[in-house]
Design a protein around this ligand. Structure first.
Ligand code: ADP
Ligand code: MG
Length: 307
């Protein structure tokens, strides 16, 4: 189990993280979300022991994770990380990059295992290709496979799918998180993409103003976002009478007191997102069909589970 206790850290004068505490159980998937610059990458680096804490402690089971001041070689065998920089060997093949961390004593097993990992990140056709010839997204996939190659007990992923195109993203994400669950590998994922969180994360930590603004299951935070920051992570929303109302919770009805004028329609595949205006302010709602600009519509707030 990973235990983070009262972690406080600053690069210079301004604290980046203050009094951060949380645990990660074996096999648990924790998502760290927050705006750009909120300290997600810094937190992952601290968990890895890249910097010395100003205050607090981090433990993996009974072992304390120490920064460079107390630890000559940064990093631990039970922990792997995929940073935003990848650090691959450019002049060797995908296969060799991934197999590098596997034992040569069992060549047959090594071959099977390397092939399995290449399969997880869907790079089988590129097994023999030199890494420097790959695209950014492909490199990121090699870095992911290499990180799980040695069966770490915990893996730290910093925006793991940020370079991967939409064609591959969904299946890769499913493959990777399924693999981690199956092998009970704990994981901490820093992300700004709700799709990395919903359906995968057991807990979600929201970083804001150097502290944990919220921590709960994605479902609870989605259904009851206590702050606009949390709602904005999940989708388009409005604040009506001090209450956060997602766009999908507003429904067009024949008649109501909530009237708005349609300003713009956006096709979203399963629905249209409609920007309207109420008392001079933008109001967003979803509708199955297009609505003409300048139409006056009546809206009703539908709560969860109601139609
Ligand atoms: P995120 O990953 O959420 O975008 P970061 O952890 O990268 O956020 O950055 C948090 C804050 O720390 C930002 O204000 C950033 O400018 C600052 N920061 C990040 N890395 C360094 C560094 N090596 N030296 C000084 N300040 C840094
Ligand atoms: Mg970052």
């Amino acid at each position: 189990m990973l235990k983070v206790k009262n972690l406080t850290f600053q690069y210079d004068k301004i604290p980046v993280l203050q009094n951060i505490s949380f645990n990660v159980d074996k096999g648990e998937n924790i998502a760290i979300i927050g705006e750009s610059g909120s300290g997600k990458s810094t937190l992952l680096k601290l968990l890895y022991g890249e910097y010395d804490l100003n205050k607090g402690q981090i433990f993996w089971n009974s072992e304390e994770i120490l920064g460079p001041k107390y630890n000559l070689v940064v990093g631990y065998d039970f922990m792997k990380q995929v940073t935003q920089e990848f650090d691959l060997m450019p002049f060797t093949s995908v296969e060799e990059n991934i197999g590098k961390h596997l034992s040569n004593f069992f060549p047959e097993e090594k071959k099977v295992r390397t092939a399995e990992l290449i399969g997880v990140v869907q790079l089988t056709a590129f097994a023999k290709t030199k890494v420097k010839l790959l695209s950014g997204g492909q490199k990121q996939r090699v870095a992911l496979a290499r990180a799980i190659a040695k069966q770490p007990e915990i893996i730290l992923l910093d925006e793991p799918f940020s370079h991967i195109d939409n064609f591959k993203k969904q299946s890769l994400r499913r493959n990777l998180f399924k693999y981690l669950k199956k092998h009970k590998i704990s994981c901490v994922v820093a992300t700004h993409d709700k799709d990395d969180v919903l359906g995968y994360a057991d807990q979600m930590i929201v970083l804001d103003k150097a502290t944990i603004a919220a921590k709960d299951t994605p479902e609870k935070l989605y259904n009851n976002p206590e702050a606009p920051l949390i709602a904005s992570f999940f989708g388009e929303f409005n604040v009506i009478n001090d209450e956060i109302i997602y766009a999908y919770q507003l429904k067009v009805v024949p008649e109501s007191d909530l009237k708005a004028i349609v300003k713009q329609c956006y096709f979203k595949g399963t629905h249209y997102l409609i920007e309207s205006e109420l008392n001079g302010e933008a109001l967003f709602f979803e509708n199955p069909s297009e609505v003409k600009n300048n139409t006056l519509i009546s809206l009703e707030i539908t709560k969860f589970g109601q139609q």
